[in-house]
Design a protein around this ligand. Structure first.
Ligand code: KIV
Length: 263
């Protein structure tokens, strides 16, 4: 059973930050030691990402990550945090229909202690987002490059590069907001499109590889520490430059808040 700590950052505060143009700083974490370090550094959001399949388990994609993996790592993180809002990823096929989405999102919140769940979304997921949101489950919808679709997409490529797919992404973003999403995360889309989505919707938009006109930024922890097993994405930045881990995390927060990252 999770401790269900009370935390400082709520979705209301994230919305206020977005409304007052204060950038939202986010990083992933998967264990108590790093979660505590990020929490104490003042990180706004910690994502227990299914990227753990790659950076913790050493696999080549996120597809093999299970609900039990997510609950275990989410519990490690939420037990160590009192400041940052913790989002937990719904893994591959855990939200293929409304019933499984409700069941698995409930597990992430009740057993893992997550304060929000994230799912990779196209227009197809609007009904699921509506149902989760209507049941009181805060939702982050992840658009653009959706790593769980790797075998369908045929590779980790930028999305929304042509007019049709850019329009489709803009429509999807507004549909997900209307369905009750509290947060959008856009991955690997053109900066101009990310800026347009951020301007169009009224909820915070967190970017990764999507330029710096979003409401905030997220990176994978191992990427900023320069210890990613395998290839580091081109949009990531190694903050371990003649400093310790605490200072690297602090520098990342400072650069996100000031808009210096991404350059
Ligand atoms: O799983 C994850 O860590 C993510 C980030 C790359 C945004 O979804």
């Amino acid at each position: 059973m999770n401790a269900q700590n009370t935390i400082d950052i709520t979705i209301k505060q994230l919305q206020k930050m977005r409304d007052s143009n204060e950038k939202i700083a986010c990083l992933t974490a998967y264990d108590a030691a790093f979660a505590k370090l990020l929490d104490q550094a003042g990180m706004d959001i910690i994502l227990v990402g299914d990227s753990l399949g790659m950076v913790v388990q050493g696999n080549s994609s996120t597809v093999s990550v299970t609900m039990d993996d997510m609950i275990y790592h989410t519990e490690c993180v939420t037990g160590a945090t009192t400041h940052s809002l913790v989002i937990s990823d719904m893994p591959f096929m855990s939200y293929s229909n409304i019933d499984s989405a409700l069941y698995n999102a409930t597990r992430l919140m009740q057993e893992g202690g997550a304060q929000m769940v994230k799912l990779e979304a196209t227009q197809r997921q609007t009904e699921i987002v509506e149902e989760l949101s209507g049941c009181g489950i805060p939702v982050c919808a992840h658009l653009g490059l959706r790593p769980q679709y790797i075998h369908k997409l045929g590779g980790y490529h930028a999305q929304g590069a042509d007019t049709d797919s850019a329009n489709e992404l803009l429509l999807t973003a507004t549909a997900l907001e209307a369905a009750g999403a509290d947060l959008l995360l856009v991955e690997c889309i053109p900066a101009q499109l990310a800026a347009e989505i951020t301007k169009t919707v009224n909820i915070p938009v967190i970017g990764i590889g999507a330029g710096n006109d979003c409401s905030g930024q997220i990176l994978v922890l191992q990427d900023i520490l320069g210890i990613t097993p395998g290839k580091t994405p081109p949009f990531a930045k190694n903050y371990m430059q003649n400093c310790n881990i605490q200072q690297a995390v602090q520098n990342y927060i400072t650069e996100v808040k000031s808009g210096a990252f991404p350059a």
